[in-house]
Unconditional design. Structure first.
Length: 277
């Protein structure tokens, strides 16, 4: 496995790769969710490249950029075991050199949900993803469905800018008790870890109501809010039942919908979602 610290090194490695390349973009502190993407890329592509980069431009003031969990040596050991071909592990200065002032922005679907609560977040995401696509030139890029809005934004980025990249969406990987895997779970105390189960419990309840025939969007949202209200450590940022493509909130569900939420457990902000179909 080769490790590239610079754009030039990564481009040299890429030129030596014949066939399809699968890219798994990450911010590191890898867990089983990331590794499931790597394994799918390993099966589908001739070569696998993983990026590890905690991207400062997608963090807002007061967010956790400085304390975001990092352990590159552990990450590299995990990726060697998965037979990854190359890892792009750049510095902030490498991807955002002095004088860098160009951003890529997707309008519309970035202005709701996460976009309301994290202004500028998606501009940072789309900018760094565009840079990674240009540097690595992948045939496919792999993303988890836990970040459902991010997945929609990246698909629109690819369509609008004509990137020759297939965006592959993979299922959310969960702990045995239902908690969606996330690098931020490392912040949770034992009591907060137990309280965090309220997210999957609320989504599961909405799914059960939907399966029983409930199609009223506000009743489904209210059911999730009621479950979360039972947990003293939980504070809701948003609860949503929206169209799975436009993210427009639905009064009545006539087709598949995305049930999603963002909840703070103490100081830790977690997101999760399920598709109702």
């Amino acid at each position: 496995m080769e490790v590239a610290a610079t754009v030039a090194e990564m481009r040299a490695l890429r030129r030596a790769m014949a066939g399809d390349v699968g890219l798994v973009p990450t911010m590191g502190y890898l867990h089983e969710g990331h590794l499931s993407l790597v394994r799918t890329a390993r099966r589908r592509d001739d070569h696998v490249v993983v990026s590890i980069f905690v991207n400062p431009t997608q963090f807002g003031p007061g967010e956790d950029f400085e304390r975001y969990p990092r352990d590159p040596e552990r990450d590299l050991a995990l990726l060697r075991r998965e037979r990854v071909d190359a890892v792009l592990l750049p510095s902030v200065e490498e991807l955002y050199p002095e004088g860098d002032s160009t951003f890529v922005e997707v309008a519309g679907i970035t202005e709701v949900l996460e976009g309301v609560h994290r202004p500028g977040h998606f501009r940072g995401v789309t900018t760094v993803v565009a840079k990674l696509f240009h540097i690595v030139q992948p045939r496919r890029a792999y993303f988890g469905r836990k970040d459902a809005q991010q997945l929609l934004v990246i698909r629109k980025l690819v369509r609008d800018l004509h990137f020759d990249v297939e965006v592959v969406a993979m299922p959310t990987v969960r702990e045995p008790d239902g908690l969606a895997m996330s690098s931020r779970n490392a912040y949770l105390s034992p009591r907060e870890r137990e309280a965090a189960l309220v997210l999957s419990r609320a989504l599961r309840g909405a799914g059960e109501l939907f399966a029983a025939g409930e199609r009223d969007g506000e009743r489904l949202r209210a059911s999730m809010r009621d479950v979360i209200a039972q947990e003293p450590l939980a504070q809701v940022d948003y609860v949503s039942v929206a169209d799975g493509e436009t993210l427009r909130e639905l009064d009545r569900l006539e087709g598949p919908a995305l049930a999603s939420l963002a909840v703070r457990i103490g100081a830790v902000r977690l997101i999760d979602n399920v598709t109702l179909e």
